[in-house]
Design a protein around this ligand. Structure first.
Ligand code: SPV
Ligand code: MG
Length: 299
């Protein structure tokens, strides 16, 4: 079964915090792998942005899966898919888990908001939670539909995002762990990690806790680890860095008299050839030619 899921499970047993960075296509996922991260986050914000569409449940499951499975094809490290609210009710979640697992994705994250959801960090966004029972039903459906025990169902709690406080977050974490979730992703939009730390220090669950420190970027890995966080996801920084680099380049190029005038930094074609394994094609061609010679088709 899926190697990514087995690999992620064994990494979670190591005595360290796992570092996960966002990817939004096969190339960015490969770059996450080449820079020694433990896994890739296929985030709905970044993937929606590459379609120039809002992160608001606009893309379909098939569209997200198509991008995410190309990321899995390109990488040996696990891919963790952000599946928003699970694309519908328990039956949709069940279908989604089957499709994502068979595409070689290691884990899916589903969040306890109402479909259609809006990005959690959107200023004055709509952040309405699903009743606990309805989200538990989705976890049960997800759990029943996976084949490999190691394929992870991550339950993402949005109680802090919705302003409902740490007690509601802990109540939901208990319910989701009891329902069979393999990890809890606790999200916050506060500028400091205080409520995340309070949750981690006072919740007595056994499954790993995951955090996305976009809104509290000054927190250190050591602090996260000291508060029992097992995985940190740098969800959207690679997308934003790519957007910035392209914008800077295109600004300069748009007024340049020649390409030679453009001074923005860019990767050489040679490096891209390596990333896309162009030289393997050359090796294959040599191999085929030798075999054609052996078979007497060419001298
Ligand atoms: C994403 O990266 O799509 C996430 C994290 O879900 S956040 O944008 O903070 O909601
Ligand atoms: Mg998302």
């Amino acid at each position: 079964m899926s190697n990514g899921a087995n690999l992620l499970k064994s990494k979670l047993k190591e005595n360290k915090i796992l570092k996960v960075a966002g990817g939004f296509d096969a190339m960015s996922a490969k770059l996450v792998e080449l820079n020694n991260f433990d896994a890739v986050w296929a985030g709905s914000f970044a993937i929606s942005a590459t379609h120039a569409l809002p992160d608001a449940s606009i893309l379909t499951m098939t569209e997200f899966l198509s991008v995410t499975s190309r990321m899995a094809d390109a990488c040996s490290i696990p891919i963790i898919a952000d599946c928003d609210t699970g694309f519908g009710g328990p039956s949709n979640v069940s279908h989604m888990v089957k499709k994502y697992e068979s595409a070689g994705i290691a884990a899916v994250s589903i969040e306890d908001k109402i479909f259609p959801k809006q990005n959690s960090l959107l200023e004055s966004g709509k952040q309405e939670l699903l009743p606990e029972k309805d989200f538990v039903a989705k976890i049960l459906a997800a759990k029943n539909s996976k084949v490999n025990e190691n394929f992870m169902i991550i339950a993402r709690i949005e109680a802090l995002i919705a302003g409902l406080g740490v007690d509601e977050a802990k109540k939901r974490a208990n319910a989701y762990e009891n329902a069979g979730a393999d990890a809890i992703l606790i999200h916050s939009k506060k500028k400091l990690p205080d409520e995340i730390f309070e949750f981690c220090d006072t919740w007595n669950g056994k499954i790993p806790i995951i955090a996305i420190p976009t809104s509290y970027p000054n927190v250190t890995l050591e602090e996260l680890q000291n508060h029992k966080i097992k995985m940190v996801i740098y969800a959207n920084q690679s997308l934003r860095a790519a957007h910035w680099a392209m914008t800077e380049h295109l600004k300069e190029l748009s007024t340049a008299k020649s390409l030679g005038d453009v001074k923005t930094k860019m990767t050489s074609m040679e490096e891209i050839f390596h990333l896309q394994e162009m030289y393997d094609i050359k090796k294959q061609e040599i191999d085929i030619e030798e075999n054609l010679k052996k078979l007497g088709y060419i001298n």
